[in-house]
Design a protein around this ligand. Sequence first.
Ligand code: PAF
Length: 313
Amino acid sequence: MTDSGLFLSSSPVVTVLGAGSIGFLYGIHLARHCRVTLIGHNPERIRSIRDHGILFRENETERRIYPVPITLSGMLSESPDLVLVTLKAHQIQQAVEENKSLFMAGAPIVCLLMNGGDNARFFKNLVPRERLVLATTTHNAMTLPGNCIQHTAGGITTLGPDGPAVHFTARLLADSGFTTEIDPDIHRIIWKKLFVNAVINPLTAIHGVRNGEIARNPQYMPQICGILEECLHAAHCEGFDFEENEILHHILHIAENTALGESSMLQDLHHGKTTEIDEINGFIAEICEKHSIPCPYNRELVKQVHSLEQKAL
Ligand code: PAF
């Protein structure tokens, strides 16, 4: 029995739902002492990873991971202790539908580690509240050609709300080398992460630059302030107040810390994939509309990124 009150089998079974760069980053580290399986949705990529493994780069070292336990969405029949969801927000509905049995059998803890405003709504009728863990990360990882995953910048994984399931998950992650913190006010942390993504992701995607440019090039400052003011206004209308300077500083700090990394949105455009623009800036625009407040900056970003998606697809 752990200090969280939950049983921890000698080798906990973890399913990582979402085989993108963040899914691999967490899956590879958890595999040190857990039995990990990744679930992906692209059969060709899965075949290639099974044939050639993954080249994992971290801290200037490189190692080939082979074989990689990766399975096509809907095909895994096991009862994990933990399902770590690292999907893109727009993939959740289909992935949950295809992998429903994972959530039913054995009543696993489900930890949502995703960008976006309100991902928990997809799990409301599927996972009891006390088994649902919300988490954010400030790590950056990139998918490069040749089945290569590069861990570009370290960071913190924040989990909440406080309770046994959160302690169980935090302990697994900490034992796997992740710096973790538990925050009972996780919804505030999710807003904070949303501000980071609402600024860094579309600006890097539209201008085709790495994260560091956002902190270092003063040309972006007026737009950053415009986007952020609308985000803070939206959060205020939903009952969350933040200090503008502190958040601006936090965003610039993350951009600097992940300076050499590409945001997930820029990577999505490079790989011809649908981005999370609707779940990030579109989410802010929806809230502003609900409260009848203007939102020209975020709306414009949504439009621009959608038009880049059309060109990239
Ligand atoms: O989506 C992303 O790319 C990441 O959340 C972040 C923190 C902006 C780092 O690149």
